[in-house]
Write a protein that binds this ligand. Structure first.
Ligand SMILES: [Zn+2]
Length: 127
């Protein structure tokens, strides 16, 4: 599994096998993460406030997405600004938790390096 696939599938950055988030998705706690990797025991929340930096990644994602959607609707499709923003609000509401999760996944992948030995030699988890 390469790093992009690991980020996209919310996998542990060190072994790329364990899951970052507790499944199944729960609306009451959408960012519910495992404390550590079930495969290699990498801690996913090393310190309080660790994911504060993920907000900046989320901001970049959101800003460019908003600009792209509104720009496309207004300049390419010729929609009014009201219609463009209505679509933007709808898409933003749908993608909110996805962006929060992918930002956390990207952030921890920036911080923790892949360890091939950990991926190969760690304990297998039987579900
Ligand atoms: Zn792991």
């Amino acid at each position: 599994m390469n790093i992009l696939s690991s980020i996209w599938n919310y996998k542990c950055p060190r072994c790329r096998k364990g899951d970052l988030f507790v499944a199944p998705f729960n609306m009451k706690d959408p960012l519910n993460m495992h404390e550590k990797c079930a495969h290699c025991e990498q801690r996913f929340v090393p310190e309080p406030g660790y994911y504060f930096g993920a907000m900046f990644i989320s901001y970049i994602w959101t800003a460019f997405t908003c600009l792209g959607i509104v720009g496309f609707c207004m300049l390419v499709l010729g929609w009014s600004i009201e219609a463009s923003f209505a679509l933007l609000i709808f898409i933003s509401a749908l993608s909110y938790f996805f962006i929060m999760r992918i930002s956390r996944s990207m952030y921890i992948h920036l911080d923790v390096r892949y360890d091939k030995e950990k991926a190969m030699n760690s304990n297998e988890v039987v579900p």
